[in-house]
Design a protein around this ligand. Sequence first.
Ligand code: SAM
Length: 161
Amino acid sequence: MRTRLDDFISRISAQRDILDHIAARQASLPDGPILEIGLGNGRTYSHLRVRFPDRHIVAFDRENGAHGSCRPDDGDVVIGDIRETCLSYTGTRAAVVHADIGTGYPEQDAIIREWLPSRVVAVLTLDGFVASGLELKHPELEEMPLPPSVEKGRYFLYRRR
Ligand code: SAM
């Protein structure tokens, strides 16, 4: 029987493998910043910072709660409800968006899945990538193949068309 620990490990390694997968395609990435939607403890922010050293990274959350070792400058953290703050970044033309704001509760995640796709499309440039813990259904997002190590349905990868 699968445990929550199994699920956690699978989610975390999926994040790393997908971010590495995007980083390996850096030469073909469009210009633009990287947006970290859901800073949390800063683990994936720290990974993005190392894998994309030349990109400006802007994080979104209710607070700058990242671990001290990888805490972004306050000026690079947009504080507030992402549903609203993302809208104020419309037209940003980000090259990569990473969205990790799933709750693990199906009813709550269903609500997030209603508004998150349009927010992502509003900030993502053409041909930009989005990696998300929640499925994003939007006509301008084309689902991309996942690295073989990622379990289907565990994490999602799209490119804006
Ligand atoms: N990827 C992060 C890491 O590696 O540390 C973990 C992100 S954590 C799972 C999700 C974060 O998203 C939490 O810090 C939570 O506060 C934030 N979050 C979720 N929904 C939000 C919303 N609507 N507005 C602002 N922040 C939100």
